[in-house]
Write a new protein. Structure first.
Length: 618
């Protein structure tokens, strides 16, 4: 969600911070702001509602000058998207500026106490208590870092906080509390930078091969100065932080000539499947090796239950994973939203494997659920796209998606990578449980053909564009699927509502006659995910039920299906694959259909309204 960029060095800070914010726009936001420490020592604030470019629009405003600045893109939680509510926020005197990700859970009590002590507030946000608390610390004679640490002992909830102060263009102070998203700090050649995500580091990487980057953990703070970085624990004692090298490829993002990042990422899905399989499968021997899964055959064979958790698209992947683990691995499995999992008392023991799925590795609900699992006897792994995220540090093992940076807020290639890895995990569980070599060889051979199938699907965008032309003006959709493809219907509906703002609901097709069928008429199209699999005949019946009531039906069908193709009003064909691989191929046309409808409706495909790439608040 919210993006933070801070810079201190020997260059003009304004263009560096603004460019950093623009590189974080993919995360989703509704307003932006920058605070620059000017040469004469004052703070210059500029804010805008809407996109970062709004900071540049007013030609009558001079460009702020100064070698230290702090910027933020906000995704509203407390208070509407307004300039007053935009970050950075300041204290009573305007000397201290703060950018903040997370929620101050006890802000009402803190605000009341501060107001009683004479503090004046100008926004509706929870964030504004932070600069006022820092102000009190500095009024008591504390330095900025010590005042930030004292503030950190008072606020409740997960936070990422970055602060600068008037008259000090030599340092920035950052602190992380709990699981409020990442805080990365780096230093090179007299320049320091703080960011909530890696792309904003590009201005100081330049052509440097690898830039050492530090990632703050819970309770840690950093003072980033021209001379270097000092890491502190919550008590103010110095910490020896292990820096991690980040390459230029880790932070570069480019549309590569495509109209939108999302379309580029859909087109990259053949490579995403290959990357997810690389070094994890022995195609010659027909075995899944998963070297990054740090569990022995004996440990895997001892697993008696698998729980898969995630949010949004990752939850849909988890639902597919449940079918894969049971069908291929032969182990009872369940899938649940991480936001619900953390608020019940799941029965977790040493024979339970919990699989946390998430592209960013920073989603607050998923991270909190993982922390809950860590306090049990269960085993914990993650499927994630971000190697330096909280999720990878909490899990025993991380099965990285290796998809590269995904800019579009609506996940596409990371979903396909998740499904690929879930297939590998289910196969690995089966092998540990004694599956025959002939069976695993067949599975591996079938999986090896998937990148080619995906490549053939992404090469046919024109057909999907034409089909979308007949349905882009509809207000409602129903998506239906059965068995392992029911979560794919849910994912297809999610993509449509995310990027086109069309109301779309998904149901297991067998539930159609238990209520939703009352909605069917000529204005309500139905999307049926109906490949020729074990439940095909059931889906044929469901399609006929819709047609009998005057509803239009679109279908994701297997190539050569003459039976349903003669019934539906529009068909999207996918190659014939084994049932357990149909979710991968069936997803592609649903993504493209949603994309082209959104384009025809003039929607902001890459940055849909109200959404964020990584939701780091509960």
């Amino acid at each position: 969600m919210c993006g933070i960029v801070g810079y201190v060095g020997d260059r003009q800070a304004w263009p560096i911070v603004v460019e950093g914010l623009r590189r974080l726009e993919y995360r989703g936001y509704d307003s932006a702001g920058v605070a620059v420490i000017e040469p004469e020592g004052g703070l210059h604030l500029r804010k805008t509602v809407g996109r970062v470019v709004g900071l540049l629009h007013d030609s009558t405003c001079r460009t702020p000058e100064g070698s230290a600045a702090l910027g933020h893109t906000r995704w509203a939680t407390h208070g509407r998207p307004t300039e007053a509510n935009s970050h950075p926020h300041t204290d009573c005197t305007g000397r201290i500026a703060v950018a903040h990700n997370g929620i101050v859970e006890n802000y009402l009590a803190l605000k009341s106490d501060l107001q009683k002590r004479g503090h004046k507030f100008t926004s509706e946000t929870d964030t504004e208590v932070i600069p006022h608390l820092i102000e009190e610390g500095m009024n008591d004679g504390l330095s900025l870092p010590k005042a930030v640490l004292r503030m950190g002992s008072v606020v409740q909830g997960p936070q990422a906080i970055v602060a600068v102060r008037e008259g000090d263009d030599d340092s920035i102070c950052a602190m992380r509390l709990g699981h409020a998203g990442g805080v990365a700090v780096a230093h090179h050649a007299g320049q320091g930078i703080v960011s909530s995500d890696l792309p904003a580091l590009l201005p100081i990487i330049g052509d440097k091969g690898n830039l050492p980057v530090g990632f703050l953990e819970d309770g840690e703070a950093a003072v980033v100065a021209r001379s270097g970085i000092t890491f502190l624990d919550r008590h103010g004692d110095r910490v020896n932080k292990q820096m991690r090298p980040i390459s230029l490829n880790d932070v570069l993002v480019d549309r590569a000539g495509y109209r939108h990042y999302m379309l580029k990422e859909i087109m990259e899905q053949p490579q995403a499947v290959v990357a997810a399989m690389r070094d994890r499968v022995n195609f010659t021997d027909g075995k899944v090796t998963l070297p990054d899964l740090e569990m022995s055959d004996a440990e895997l064979a001892g697993i008696r239950r698998v729980a898969l958790i995630g949010c949004g698209t990752s939850l849909n992947a988890a639902q597919v994973g449940r079918h894969l683990v049971e069908r291929l691995g032969g182990i009872p499995a369940e899938a649940e939203s991480a936001s619900e999992f953390r608020y019940r008392e799941p029965m977790l023991d040493e024979r339970t494997l919990v699989v946390a799925i998430g592209q960013s590795g920073e989603t607050a609900d998923t991270v909190a659920a993982m922390e809950q699992v860590r306090n049990s006897r269960a085993r914990l792994i993650t499927i994630c796209n971000s190697p330096n995220s909280q999720a990878t540090r909490l899990a025993e093992s991380a099965l990285l998606m290796r998809s590269g940076i995904e800019i579009g807020v609506a996940s596409s290639k990371t979903f396909i990578a998740s499904l690929t890895i879930l297939n590998l995990l289910a196969m690995r569980l089966a092998e540990a449980g004694g599956a025959s070599g002939a069976v695993t060889q067949t599975w591996v051979d079938q999986l090896a053909r998937v990148p080619g199938h995906v490549a053939s699907l992404v090469s046919k965008p024109t057909e999907l564009d034409e089909l979308s032309g007949a349905y882009y003006d509809r207000r409602n959709f129903i998506y239906l699927g059965r068995g392992i493809n029911s979560p794919i219907a849910t994912e297809g509906a999610l993509k449509l509502k995310e990027i086109s703002y069309i109301h779309a609901e998904a149901y297991p097709a067998g539930e159609m006659k238990h209520g939703p069928i009352a909605l069917i008429d000529h204005r309500m199209p139905t999307m049926a995910v109906a490949p020729r699999d074990a439940l095909y005949d059931k889906m044929v019946n469901n399609v006929q039920e819709v047609k009998a009531r005057g509803g239009a039906v679109l279908g994701v069908l297997t190539e050569g299906d003459n039976q349903l193709s003669s019934v539906v009003d529009g068909a999207m064909f996918v190659p014939e694959v084994p049932d357990h691989l149909t979710p991968i191929v069936a997803t592609i046309p649903l993504q493209l259909f949603a994309y082209y409808i959104a384009v025809r409706r003039g929607c902001d495909v890459d940055q849909p309204r109200n959404l964020a790439k990584s939701v780091t608040v509960e």
